[in-house]
Design a protein around this ligand. Structure first.
Ligand code: ZN
Length: 217
């Protein structure tokens, strides 16, 4: 399968897929419910921020700050599990480190084991005695999908082990629909936060003070 799928085409495929499989689109938890959880613990800030990259943005989102609270992590895991219930998942695979906590919680909610792949010599690998059975139905779980790169790499790890990847899911989708995955993909919160070069930042132009995330909490 090619991974360089044209983005618009991919979005259309997903929409058609949801229509054909309504159980995937049904969920009692909305993106706003999840974002509220992020807001309550300071994991989603709105204002005017200087990111680590030096770019400015009207929003700051850090999943680790929500996942540090086991109760929040569990609720997010349940919400993802609810969306993928129809995929008949037998094991969850996540990339270390970002995917481990949420992967564990999705595994808990689905009642299946959760394992992770980690980098060895720069390449994602199953270590620690983790294995996947041939044909096992695997769900790849991430905290955040941005380009889809590490999700694709994790999917390849599962396939190389002979497993069948039945879907991918994340807490946050920052890809703007351009993740180019060749499996059904579910995200609790699709969000795009613009970033600006400091000298072209409209918030700076409005005279708003810029803060480093976390410094005002
Ligand atoms: Zn600015």
């Amino acid at each position: 399968m090619t991974t360089a799928m044209e983005p618009r085409f991919e979005a259309r495929v997903q929409k058609v897929y949801y229509r054909a499989h309504p159980h995937l689109a049904m969920s009692s938890v909305t993106a706003d419910d999840i974002l509220d959880r992020f807001r309550r613990v300071g994991a989603f800030l709105e204002g005017h921020f200087r990111l680590t990259s030096g770019l400015h943005s009207p929003g700051y989102l850090q999943s680790a700050l929500v996942l540090q609270h086991p109760v929040e992590a569990e609720a997010c895991g349940r919400a993802i599990a609810e969306r993928v219930r129809g995929l008949d998942v037998q094991a969850v695979l996540s990339p270390a480190l970002g995917g481990i906590v949420i992967g564990q919680e999705v595994g808990r909610a689905l009642g299946v084991r959760a394992i992770f792949a980690e980098r060895q010599d720069g390449k994602l690998t199953l270590r620690r005695g983790f294995t996947l059975i041939a044909g096992e139905r695997v769900l790849v779980v991430e905290d955040v999908v941005t380009t889809g790169g590490s999700t694709r790499e994790t999917i390849e790890v599962a396939r190389a082990a002979g497993a069948r990847v039945v879907g991918a899911a994340s807490l946050i989708d920052r890809s703007g629909g351009n993740q180019g995955l060749d499996v059904p993909y579910e995200a609790l919160v699709p969000i795009s936060l613009p970033t600006y070069q400091p000298d072209a930042c409209p918030l700076c132009a409005q005279g708003l003070a810029v803060v480093k995330p976390g410094s005002r909490l």
